[in-house]
Design a protein around this ligand. Structure first.
Ligand SMILES: *[C@@H]1O[C@H](CO)[C@@H](O)[C@H](O)[C@H]1NC(C)=O
Ligand SMILES: *[C@@H]1O[C@H](CO)[C@@H](O)[C@H](O)[C@H]1NC(C)=O
Length: 362
């Protein structure tokens, strides 16, 4: 067989060459030169060893003072990527204080050259480098990252299929006209507008766009003293307006869902709100619920990894005591409030405390 024939048959087998890989597998790696990046956002990527063919991509956006590494270690997404074979992009803020620019006119405008534009460029770069599935690109974030999640959904609705925002604000609510400004009126829950006004604010970020938009899952806690609770309703107004749902009339109200103290408000297939009574700004990321929302899991018996994403949350505690006669598999649940299953992990995995509701064999 001639070398050229061999080479072309190898190429036919491999959808992309190893040279296209931009990062060492299973290691959080910084990527330079991912495309136009005038606002200087840093890009980190996590590519698991067991990458799916045509992998999904999750863009996971940190909170103020956060870093790519803090969000990588403090949320369940990278472990879920190991389990399900998707790529995680962790953008890192270049701004003082580590907050995202969700306040300038440029970032609230498609292709405006600010932080939102840079994050979009990371996504398109990763789709091309890894031959990823453009129909399975997702975005999630906490606090400032949740604000950016809403901004990404408004500025690049064509890029994302689903989003999950923990303790953010409606896209545009943080506008100050400055880069990474702090809009106290919004943070304090005093920026109240109509459903139409919020929807129009989002639509104006990509004028004339009529294509598909990511479905939105919005989390907030009633005891959030940083980004005050009215922001939950304002964000629900925004997306219910965009999707044409009647604000204030969810199709379903599900108490204790996915678990107490949360109530889930299902407006329709494109919008769900999850409101936690007594939950503070330190709202845990519910990795399993996100996987279901993104369609990465089917959602039957998947365990529910959750984790504290904001500093100051629960971080350590003794692992559950060992019962006998069972062994939970890698990734399986092994403890947590209300959990009655096996608390011992199959060797060599150890039961790791994640939060009060969830310990996991890792
Ligand atoms: C904060 O945002 C609101 C709208 O959400 C706007 O009316 C107000 O002017 C903004 N505040 C500043 C300081 O720009
Ligand atoms: C959100 O709106 C509902 C009614 O639509 C209201 O009962 C609830 O108090 C509001 N929540 C907040 C935090 O303002």
């Amino acid at each position: 067989m001639k070398f050229s024939t061999l080479a072309s048959s190898l190429l036919a087998l491999a959808p992309f060459s190893a040279a296209a890989e931009i990062a060492k597998r299973a290691t959080l790696t910084q990527v330079n030169n991912f495309g136009s990046n005038p606002s200087g956002v840093r890009m980190y990527i996590y590519v698991p060893d067991n990458l799916q063919a045509k992998p999904p991509i999750l863009t996971a956006i940190h909170y103020c003072t956060g870093t790519a590494n803090a969000f990588y270690t403090g949320t369940p997404y990278a472990r879920l990527a190991d389990q399900h074979g998707f790529i995680v992009i962790y953008p890192e803020s270049p701004n003082d204080g580590g907050c995202w620019d969700v306040s300038s006119r440029a970032t609230l405008t498609r292709d405006g050259g600010a932080n939102s534009n840079s994050i979009a460029n990371m996504v398109t770069y990763t789709i091309s480098q890894y031959d990823a599935d453009p129909d399975r690109v997702f975005v999630a974030g906490t606090s400032s990252g949740a604000m950016m999640t809403n901004v990404m959904a408004a500025t690049y609705p064509d890029l994302f299929k689903a989003a999950s925002a923990y303790a953010g604000v409606a896209a545009g609510c943080f506008f100050t006209g400055t880069v990474a400004g702090w809009n106290s009126s919004c943070a304090n829950g005093q920026s109240i507008a109509s459903q139409d006004a919020w929807a129009q604010t989002a639509l104006n970020m990509y004028p004339g766009y009529t294509g598909s938009r990511p479905k939105m899952m919005i989390y907030h806690g009633s005891a959030d003293a940083t980004i005050h609770p009215p922001n939950f309703n304002e964000t629900m107004k925004q997306w219910s307006g965009v999707f044409g749902y009647t604000y204030g009339q969810p199709q379903q109200t599900l108490p204790n869902t996915p678990a107490a103290p949360y109530t889930k408000y299902v407006y329709g297939p494109n919008l769900v709100g999850v409101y936690g009574t007594g939950v503070t700004h330190n709202i845990p990321v519910n990795g399993a619920a996100d996987m279901e929302w993104f369609g990465i899991t089917g959602g039957s018996t998947t365990p529910t990894p959750t984790s504290s994403a904001v500093p100051g949350g629960p971080t350590t505690s003794a692992p559950p005591t060992e019962p006998s006669g069972c062994a939970a598999a890698q990734w399986a649940q092994c403890g947590g409030n209300g959990y009655t299953g096996c608390k011992t992990c199959a060797s060599p995995f150890k039961c790791n405390f994640v939060n009060d509701w969830y310990s996991q064999c890792l």
